[in-house]
Design a protein around this ligand. Structure first.
Ligand SMILES: [Zn+2]
Ligand SMILES: [Zn+2]
Ligand SMILES: [Zn+2]
Length: 262
């Protein structure tokens, strides 16, 4: 567990309420199958269910130009079984989260288009093997196959995400020339992770509310360009060597989710 942040050695009243569990995924190269949790491996996708294609929302980026009207198949970015990651908010009756990317740039996300499927793995019979390969693609969105060496801990948000009344009491923030104490604030996991807080890098955005039910939409899943040991880079690149953060409705993760690349 991460030690609670302190203000020049003094405890911060109420800070405990801001501690969140986090699973640091630590991806490592592997040869996952559809029966495994992974990045970039085969999905447990029913042979009799149409593979999802992306028809809109993408635009030209680095490798591909003039693709607004092209229809492209999604590709497997990740899947997570509940037996491995019970921390994900699986809806009742589901035990598998599948993450698919559009291989083209979606300006609204600042990265690839993202699609989530919450599935009951037990109801999948024959598995689709003939997965369509995208003819148009941004190569930097593709990971190599990775499995996980997860590490479970907790983390606190950066001061910018705490209430102003609390931050106003921090003596180390009163002295703009004193950066040493700021450096003692516990760092967030900047690699791929489940839960925890967003490791904002270029921007800071408050966690929003669900567009469908109004519930809080906390950080759910981060997929990252770089990892901390023992994790290794999956080979994909989001934004400026940042993370693709998926925010999930705390009431029902099947409600519209938001994606922020930072
Ligand atoms: Zn797309
Ligand atoms: Zn909702
Ligand atoms: Zn930068």
């Amino acid at each position: 567990m991460t030690e609670a942040p302190a203000d020049r050695g003094r405890p911060i009243p109420g800070i405990e309420a801001w501690e969140r569990p986090v699973v640091v995924l630590n991806p490592v190269p592997g040869a996952p199958t559809a029966a495994d949790s992974h990045l970039g491996g085969p999905l447990l996708w029913p042979a009799d269910e149409p593979w999802p294609w992306c028809e809109s929302g993408h635009s030209g980026y680095v490798q591909v130009q003039d693709c607004e009207n092209d229809r492209v198949p999604h590709f497997a970015a990740a899947q997570f079984y509940r037996r491995d990651f019970p921390e994900l908010p699986f809806p009742d009756g589901t035990d598998l989260l599948q993450v698919l990317f559009c291989p083209l740039y979606h300006r609204a996300n600042g990265g690839p288009g993202v699609r989530l499927h919450w599935r009951a793995s037990g109801s999948v019979g024959a598995v689709l093997t003939d997965v369509p390969a995208p003819a148009l693609r941004e190569p930097e969105f593709f990971p190599r196959p990775m499995v996980f060496e997860p590490e479970r801990t907790t983390e606190y948000p950066a001061p910018d995400e705490l209430p102003e009344e609390m931050v106003a009491t921090f003596s180390f923030l009163q002295d703009p020339d004193d950066h040493d104490d700021h450096d003692e604030w516990p760092d967030l996991a900047r690699g791929s992770k489940i839960g925890g807080w967003t490791a904002w890098y270029h921007t800071e955005r408050p966690e929003g509310r669900c567009s469908e039910c109004g519930a809080p939409v906390p950080q759910g899943l981060a997929l990252s360009s770089s990892e901390r040991k023992p994790g290794e880079k999956a080979g994909w690149l989001f934004g400026d060597h940042g993370s693709l953060n998926v925010f999930l409705c705390s009431n029902d993760p099947r409600h519209p989710f938001t994606v922020e690349v930072d």
